[in-house]
Design a protein around this ligand. Structure first.
Ligand SMILES: Cc1cc2nc3c(=O)[nH]c(=O)nc-3n(C[C@H](O)[C@H](O)[C@H](O)COP(=O)(O)OP(=O)(O)OC[C@H]3O[C@@H](n4cnc5c(N)ncnc54)[C@H](O)[C@@H]3O)c2cc1C
Length: 431
């Protein structure tokens, strides 16, 4: 017998979480099935809504960061996910996010993008940022000191400081690379540093045993000069980052912030954990570890989907379905030498016939592959080859939806939240 719910969400990233929470808000019984962990664990943990104008805008406005992402929504081209779902869904998705993460994130006080320094020394326009990054904003004019660690790859404090100065930030910024106190192995995982600081374990420094936070602050203090704020790579605790920051700030007599890092990303992991806690609090049934592999339809309705549980095929039935399986990175979209395809429902994905036309020559050119995904109608229902909804009870959300280039526009999590909100609300109301 099939497992039965009102709404079944397939996926485990920001889009699936937003869809499930939105559907729950309508009162529906909701189940979420995710195969593996989402790309969020690789992402910076920043929630970008729209940092740069999408394809179609003139070259000048495409290179200037957007300060008011809501004001820029009217300019997105037809077929872009934001054009499909509208501003109300963008705001609805952000509201869901704000409720789910509480004071662990900042940015909800304003419609403007914040400018957050990244590990490479660029300044990124983003709508929501971890509270731990707040003291690092580029709009803050206090001088900043960046600390890197020789064994923590992916953040070179001197290079990041050089890049920030070259980007014209309105403050002085200096960097230094130090040795993390204690005898952590040079190839220790980021989580090892985080747990050490969370637990404030005793570590050996110059023959003396000291609590980790105190030993770290002391080492940094010797280089601090008169800087009023200090940026660290995002390794300052996993379970208790606010406490770690507060203790370091006390000892240093300066504000402390984290610089978001590339993969693997502690802020992304922290966020993923928070979102799954929000699902639990909301009463969503969550199953992880099994892929949905097949679908059975009854006319233009999805009747049930099949998940693979170690050699067994298990049917799941719902009134409404949301596909939130990610893009090429998340495996919601696949490609082989012949074609790009959506593997569960075999939904059409517009693509140039010749695979050599999937790419442009330059690394930073407008690559068609970056926008690959399923086209949807204004209710987020995937369209068939005749531009009609493929199934009347199937919606799509997040990176599986096509028509936008999240990396160029800086819109990844914003699109996932907005389409997730629209798809989950629509599914819940009709279930
Ligand atoms: C390296 C990197 C850095 C990024 N940085 C940022 C950033 O700074 N800011 C920002 O806003 N965005 C960023 N993004 C983009 C953002 O993370 C994604 O665009 C967005 O989160 C996509 O979310 P999603 O939920 O659609 O898909 P994903 O996060 O890809 O999740 C897809 C989920 O679906 C599951 N799944 C796939 N197939 C199946 C199946 N058959 N059955 C069941 N489950 C399945 C996967 O296991 C996974 O859990 C970044 C992305 C990457 C890769």
């Amino acid at each position: 017998m099939a497992i039965e719910d009102d709404v079944l969400v397939i996926g485990g990233g920001v889009a699936a979480v937003a869809s499930a929470l939105a559907a729950r808000e309508t009162g529906a019984r909701v189940r979420l099935i995710a195969h593996k962990q989402s790309t969020l664990r690789q992402a910076s943990g920043l929630i970008d809504v729209l940092g740069y104008h999408p394809e179609g805008a003139d070259d000048e406005s495409r290179t200037a960061p957007i300060s008011d992402p809501f004001g820029a929504l009217d300019a997105v081209p037809e077929g872009h996910p934001y054009e499909r779902v509208g501003e109300e869904a963008v705001r609805g998705g952000l509201d869901l996010f704000d409720d789910a993460v509480g004071d662990a994130y900042a940015g909800g006080h304003t419609d403007r993008n914040a400018l957050v320094p990244t590990h490479g020394g660029t300044v990124k326009p983003t709508a929501r940022y971890p509270a731990g990054a707040a003291a690092g904003l580029a709009s803050d004019e206090r001088d900043a000191f960046l600390v890197g660690f020789d064994a923590v790859t992916g953040f070179d404090a001197d290079v990041a400081a050089d890049h920030l100065r070259a980007a014209g930030v309105p403050f002085d910024v200096r960097g230094a690379t130090l040795r993390f106190p204690g005898d952590l192995r040079d190839d220790a995982k980021l989580t090892r540093y985080a747990h050490l600081l969370d637990q404030n374990d005793e570590i050996e420094v110059d023959g003396q045993s000291r609590p980790a936070r105190e030993a770290l602050a002391e080492r940094v203090k010797a280089h601090l000069g008169g800087h009023e704020r200090v940026g660290f790579p995002a390794i300052l605790g996993d379970a208790e980052p606010a406490g770690v920051r507060a203790d370091l700030a006390d000892s240093l007599g300066a504000d402390v912030f984290e610089v978001p890092m590339g993969p693997p990303s502690l802020p992304g992991m922290r966020l993923s954990d928070m979102l799954f806690e929000a699902l639990e609090d909301a009463g969503v049934h969550v199953e992880t570890g099994n892929p949905v592999v097949d679908v059975e339809a009854d006319g233009d309705r999805v009747d049930r989907v099949i998940a693979e549980h170690t050699a067994t095929r298990v049917p799941y039935r719902a009134e409404q379905y949301v596909l939130a399986t990610g893009g090429l990175v998340g495996k919601g979209i696949r490609s082989d030498r012949e074609r790009v395809y959506e593997p569960i429902f075999d939904l059409p994905i517009p693509q140039p016939e010749d695979r050599y036309d999937w790419f442009e020559e330059g690394a930073f050119d407008d690559h068609p592959f970056a926008r690959f995904g399923v086209p949807v109608d204004r209710e987020t229902r995937p369209l068939d080859a005749d531009d009609e909804p493929a199934y009347e009870n199937l919606r799509a959300a997040g990176a599986v939806v096509g028509g936008y280039d999240f990396a160029a526009e800086k819109s990844g999590s914003g699109v996932s939240l907005a389409t997730g909100y629209a798809a989950g609300t629509g599914a819940g109301e009709r279930a």
